[in-house]
Design a protein around this ligand. Structure first.
Ligand code: BTN
Length: 246
């Protein structure tokens, strides 16, 4: 099923900028924010050629098979740390709402189904001097991407997991609504507890950069607390977690 501005705008009334092809929806959303986009506006593309992932990685979105979505949000500056969390919780709840089981979050905000990544999230704050203009919440969801070989061991798609096709316009509209709803609760106990209880990282042996040990818990700042072998507890703010399952 093809995505279009019309299909999206039929399902949701928040302002939508749809493109068949973009370099990065986050870049386009940043420009739109600077030229006055309102809270909740969203940029969606069918194909994304120079998408950005966490930690400087590339995120390519092939045409017809995924969601490349950037939602423009205007939280208070002290809620910034909650926006990626709001995105992850929204995607996880969308998956659960579709009836999918085995949905969890890998710290900080990868959404996984039965341990395989289905969605990545990239929140980017946009500043003008010391004034926060807004946050671009970039969300990439594998809807019907066919992963092969090695990749199929670590990545999956919604359609692979659910066993029937899904309409990307329906998914995008549902997700935007959920994100706007959770963003209104940024910084709340409800959002923090929903995130914390969905994390599959807590209690596991982890390696994050130079830090290695047991993931004890998370803090409201979003930091992961890792207890190392010498008993000391390290606070980790960013990085890729390697989970030692079992
Ligand atoms: C990750 O590395 O896990 C985060 C990936 C985020 C990709 C999304 S796709 C839509 C938005 N536009 C971008 O350029 N990146 C994000």
């Amino acid at each position: 099923m093809s995505l279009s501005a019309e299909a999206l705008q039929k399902r949701i009334h928040t302002p939508i900028l749809y493109r068949d092809v973009v370099d990065s929806t986050n870049d386009l959303a940043t420009e739109w924010l600077k030229s006055g986009a309102v809270h909740g506006s969203a940029v969606i593309a069918d194909e994304q050629r120079k998408g950005r992932g966490r930690l400087g990685r590339m995120w390519y979105t092939p045409p017809g098979v995924a969601l490349a979505l950037s939602i423009i949000l205007k939280p208070h500056a002290d809620q910034l740390g909650s926006i990626g969390i709001a995105g992850a919780v929204s995607v996880a709840m969308m998956c659960a709402g579709l009836g999918l089981e085995g949905v969890s979050l890998k710290w900080p905000n990868d959404v996984r189904i039965n341990g395989k990544k289905v969605c990545g999230i990239l929140p980017e704050a946009v500043w003008q001097g010391d004034q926060l203009l807004g946050v671009i919440l970039g969300i990439g969801v594998n809807v019907r991407v066919q992963f092969r070989d090695e990749l199929a061991l670590t990545a999956t798609s919604l359609v692979t997991e659910i066993g029937h096709d899904l309409d990307r316009a329906d998914l995008a509209a549902d997700l935007i609504r959920r994100v706007i709803g959770w963003c209104a609760q940024a910084g709340s106990d409800a959002l923090f507890e929903q995130w914390r209880s969905s994390l599959d990282t807590i209690g596991k042996q982890v390696v994050v950069g130079d830090v290695q040990g047991v993931a004890l818990d998370v803090e409201r700042s979003g930091a992961l607390l890792v207890q190392q072998q010498d008993g000391s507890v390290q606070r980790v703010f960013a990085g890729d977690v390697m989970l030692r399952e079992g």
